[in-house]
Design a protein. Sequence first.
Length: 140
Amino acid sequence: MDYSPKYKTAYDEIASQYEKRTWFDQHILGVARLKKKLLSKASGKILEVACGTGSNLPFFPAGSEVTAVDLSPKMLKIARENAIKHGLNVNFAVMDAEHLEIPDGSFDTVVSTLSTLGNAIINICHCEEGALPDEAISLP
């Protein structure tokens, strides 16, 4: 079953309140600090999948070439505004994480943090026979 329309609708509905709803986790529980530490290791051409409102964008290394995708156009609108606010040049696209319209090998680093993707990231990486890259960093 394709859950994409349900997810799109759900995230479109909460987009305007998403940052407020996640503020406690991000700033009191330290999720933002952890993401800053992890995302500073991203390199080369970076693809952020399920970027939401763009809360990760300021954590990538300065001058990074970032493409950010999300299923929700309303989340991407806020992400675009956040990128402008932080003076970042980011390419945005509405895409379903499980059906990305991106050629293999287009990115050096693929990132997704705290999303509803489950195991979709392994599919995105196109890992052969389930093998993972030499070094992988993920949040449980």
